[in-house]
Design a protein around this ligand. Structure first.
Ligand SMILES: Nc1ncnc2c1ncn2[C@@H]1O[C@H](COP(=O)(O)OP(=O)(O)OP(=O)(O)O)[C@@H](O)[C@H]1O
Length: 607
């Protein structure tokens, strides 16, 4: 998807700070290549003036030779100087482009590593925030070009200043008005170019939102995830129509912009031609008076193109640095995001025997509503506690808090009677294993999909078959390369699994970690009846000596729990065993009866 463009209204001081930070990034990526690149670029920038000067000397000597009295060797010496300059130019540009390539590579690696390091330390909360997520995506996408762009354009600016200074000094010898006129002639084109560059950029900015919607519509037509529904409901035409409507809107703006730019560019070219014409007329008048040599005239003619391109890169380079800095701000915004140190706090060691939620409340960042209020319950070793409630009641949020991925907004979570906030989340999480509702389908081998749960102990990979057996994932043995079969469609040779098979692998991942707390968030959602039965049996086995939290919409699973806690609108409304809750005749009993009726009633086909 096309990324949102950055805001272009930041104070100059902050831009300069970003510029320093960008150059620091470039320098740290490779001091040697940064230096080589800058030195060869600057040295190369003095060559045009040197070329012009030697060319002028050569032409003047040839003109004098026409009148006799000039030795051939003196012409050859000048030719030698000119050839040497050409060779030096090629050498400098070869070294420069090699240094740029290697610097770009080191920079891309260095910045990508920073981004990934940062992403690895961001809390889950950050990923649930669309703005942070956008920033991460954009920072990662722009990493290859922007920092190097700033550095190379800055060096080019220095180089352009050197070229303009040296070529200008040569042209100044032709008269005081020549250089100002030629410089002035370069300005209109560059000003018009820049103005429309900025307008084009603003136009893209205004269209960002619509362009993302358009891309999204396109992705619905091209992604494998949606093709089945799109074909069945047959809404390809509608999607295409909406996609094209966005295009036509963009096109209208583009046409208006291109027309205006064409008009202004032509005007600028006309003005520039007039000014050059004036400078030429003035110099020709001196030539007519015999005051200008052939060599000097060549400096004027060749110098015009040189000065024009240099002025244009000076002015254009400045705005390119500026624009790249706008993108760099996105990267810095991302790198400056506050992180939660998962290792901060006392290290938890040993098994967890009890987890107590005491009056826990929670509100998602940047939202206005508490999704949990005064939630209290206790989970004990050897016990399975089931959380039930309708969609959006807050069950998954309880899991995020219990696993210390999020911090409660109010209340306390106690582990073995001690405040969980004292302990480093990572050390506590080592005692927990989980299958999430939206569990990962890792496009790696079957073995990796399970062993990742205990990646800190590579020798533990030998336990993978046992975990697979416990999860009933015997289909793995039938895969072409068994445990080493790559899974998923993303890479060549990958085997795609069914939803239920992926879920069994996720269950195996849960079993693979030797944890004292097991959390099952909808563990049977994608499983067939047989698999669900096996899983519930295994779950009962597993829960012995452990703490088990179970979330499920299937009451056949829920009823097996020792305690059932009913959540409604973020509050606990009922708790007890299945029998107690049924006897109470409250919300649980109502939900249970509703589901049981669905199974027992014989509902015949509609006639
Ligand atoms: N990242 C988030 N930012 C803001 N609100 C959120 C976020 N995630 C969930 N919510 C809101 O919090 C409430 C509880 O969501 P939660 O996912 O905990 O419900 P749930 O009981 O697990 O639902 P389900 O049965 O559908 O999985 C919902 O109203 C949801 O809209």
């Amino acid at each position: 998807m096309r990324a949102p463009l950055p805001d272009d209204h930041l104070p100059l001081r902050e831009r300069l700070r970003d510029l320093r930070a960008t150059l620091a990034l470039v320098w740290q990526a490779s001091p040697r290549h940064s230096l080589t690149y800058a030195a060869t670029s600057l040295a190369g920038s003095a060559l045009p003036a040197a070329n012009l000067y030697v060319g002028k000397l050569l032409l003047d000597e040839v003109a004098r030779a026409a009148q006799g009295g000039v030795a051939y060797t003196s012409l050859l010496t000048l030719l030698g100087a000119q050839v040497s300059l050409v060779v030096l130019g090629s050498l400098l540009s070869t070294v420069q482009s090699a240094a740029q390539q290697l610097l770009g590579d080191s920079l891309q690696h260095g910045v990508s590593r920073r981004i990934l390091n940062k992403a690895a330390t961001l809390s889950v909360e950050n990923f649930e925030n669309a703005e942070t997520y956008d920033r991460l995506q954009q920072a990662y996408r722009e990493v290859g070009s922007r920092p190097l762009g700033v550095a190379t354009q800055l060096v080019s600016l220095g180089g352009a200043a050197v070229t303009l200074g040296s070529v200008g000094a040569l042209m100044a010898t032709l008269g005081p008005w020549v250089l100002p006129l030629v410089v002035l002639a370069s300005v209109p084109g560059v000003v018009v170019g820049n103005r429309f560059g900025v307008e084009g950029y603003r136009m893209l900015r205004r269209q960002t939102h619509d362009a993302r919607v358009q891309n999204y519509l396109g992705s619905l037509l091209t992604s494998d995830a949606h093709v089945k529904e799109v074909r069945l409901f047959g809404f390809e035409g509608e999607l295409l129509r909406r996609w094209r409507d966005y295009y036509l809107g963009f096109r209208q703006h583009l046409v208006a912009l291109v027309r205006r730019r064409a008009g202004w560019s032509f005007g600028a070219a006309l003005l520039s031609a007039l000014l050059i014409g004036l400078a030429s007329a003035l110099i020709l008048r001196r030539a007519a008076a015999g005051e200008v040599s052939v060599g000097e005239f060549s400096v004027f003619v060749l110098g015009i193109a040189q000065v024009q391109s240099t002025v244009s890169s000076l002015l254009g380079g400045g705005s390119a640095v500026y624009q790249n800095l706008l993108y760099m701000r996105n990267l810095f915004d991302f790198l400056e995001l506050p992180t939660r140190d998962l290792d901060a706090g006392e290290v938890w060691s040993g098994p967890i025997h009890t987890i107590e939620f005491r009056e826990v409340g929670f509100r998602y960042p940047l939202t206005e509503r508490d999704v949990l209020r005064g939630v209290s319950f206790t989970l004990r070793r050897g016990e399975a506690l089931a959380l039930v409630g309708e969609n959006g009641a807050g069950k998954t949020t309880v899991v995020k808090l219990l696993t210390l991925l999020f911090v409660p907004t109010s209340g306390q979570i106690l582990l073995n009677g001690q405040d969980a906030a004292r302990f480093s989340p990572r050390s506590v999480q080592r005692e927990m294993s989980i299958i999430f509702q939206d569990f990962g389908q890792y496009q790696l081998t079957a073995r990796d999909n399970v062993a990742l749960a205990d990646a800190a102990q590579p020798e533990g990979a030998a336990r993978v078959p046992a975990a697979l057996e416990r999860a009933g994932a015997d289909f793995v043995a039938g895969l072409p390369e068994g445990l080493d079969t790559p899974l998923g469609r993303l890479f060549q040779g990958g085997r795609q699994l069914s939803g239920g098979q992926w879920q069994r692998l996720a269950l195996a991942r849960l079993y693979h970690r030797d944890a004292s707390v097991l959390i099952f968030d909808e563990p049977t959602a994608a499983l067939d009846a047989r698999a669900e039965f096996d899983t519930i049996q295994a779950l009962r086995e597993q829960t012995r000596g452990r703490l088990t939290l179970l979330i499920s919409h299937r009451f056949s699973t829920v009823r097996l729990a020792d305690t059932i806690v009913v959540l409604e609108g973020g509050k606990v409304t009922e708790r007890g065993t299945h029998a107690e809750l049924m006897a109470r005749g409250g919300h649980y009993a109502e939900m249970y009866t509703l589901q049981a009726r669905g199974y027992s009633e014989s509902v015949g086909p509609a006639s």
